[in-house]
Write a protein that binds this ligand. Structure first.
Ligand code: PGA
Length: 253
């Protein structure tokens, strides 16, 4: 039996202006009444971070960013530093999402720099990993996950439980309506936890949360969360509408 508190995280991607994000956050805040034993996070766009964090102050919902730059400041037009994110009221930051890797050229090396920068700034990185459909068909799922975890965490020392969250998101399941079966997800999660055990010791592996992401909905969260190594979800599309996301926070009840 696990003692890991589930984390339900919403990735709002490039949706919602500041006022729209605040309105959705306020609805979510009302909808969390009675939600216990679950951690909740939403990640709005950069422009909505501070206002959303303000609207959620004192609530159980934490705020995260969807990306960051690894430098603390400098001439990096268009980039946002860990300190800026922290000061905007964020506790978490999503790193290495497959859309960033596929569309914006992120590599395991840039992901690694971002993970280190986030940890130094006191943010909790949600490190995203996952295989493409071609890689799964070529039976490379485990080697891809192995590489993404090892390189993403290279030189990273984890000190306390909860320092980092891993999100397993098979690329073929993101925004496609195709979900990995709970057995496929569990198999990948167990592999990741075993690898964390090799890298950081079993104790740290046991307390590290591994989220599943890819077409999570109110009607599949319960089956997923009951699997031994699935500790929550990173939710895209179904996090945009507060009522729907609230049902996922309630683990499908
Ligand atoms: P989805 O996205 O829930 O819309 O599949 C998940 C994600 O991109 O994190």
């Amino acid at each position: 039996m696990t003692t890991r508190t589930p984390l339900i995280a919403g990735n709002w991607k490039m949706y919602k202006t500041g006022p729209e994000a605040v309105a959705a956050a306020q609805s979510l805040r009302d909808l969390t009444a009675g939600v216990v034993d679950v951690d909740v996070m939403i990640a709005p766009a950069f422009t909505a971070l501070a206002a959303t964090a303000g609207a959620l102050e004192g609530s159980m919902i934490a705020v995260g960013a969807q990306n960051l730059h690894w430098e603390s400041e400098g001439a990096y037009t268009g980039e946002i530093s860990p300190g800026m994110i922290r000061t905007a009221g964020c506790r978490y930051v999503i790193i290495g999402h497959s859309e960033r890797r596929q569309l914006f050229g992120e590599t395991d090396q840039t992901v690694n720099r971002k993970v280190k920068a986030a940890l130094s700034a006191g943010l909790i990185p949600i490190l995203c990993i996952g295989e493409t459909e071609a890689e799964r068909e070529a039976e490379q799922t485990f080697s891809v996950l192995d590489k993404q975890v090892r390189l993403g965490l290279e030189g990273v020392s984890l000190q306390t439980p909860g320092d980092i969250v891993i999100a397993y998101e098979p690329v073929w399941a993101i925004g496609t309506g195709k979900t990995a079966t709970r057995e496929q997800a569990q198999e990948a999660h167990a592999f990741i936890r075993e690898l964390l055990g090799k890298l950081y010791g079993e104790g740290m592996a046991e307390v590290t949360r591994i989220l599943y992401g890819g077409s999570v909905k109110p009607d599949n969260i319960a089956a997923l969360i009951h699997m031994a190594d699935i500790d929550g979800a990173l939710v895209g599309g179904a996090s945009l509408e507060p009522e729907t996301f609230a049902r996922i926070m309630r683990l499908g009840e």
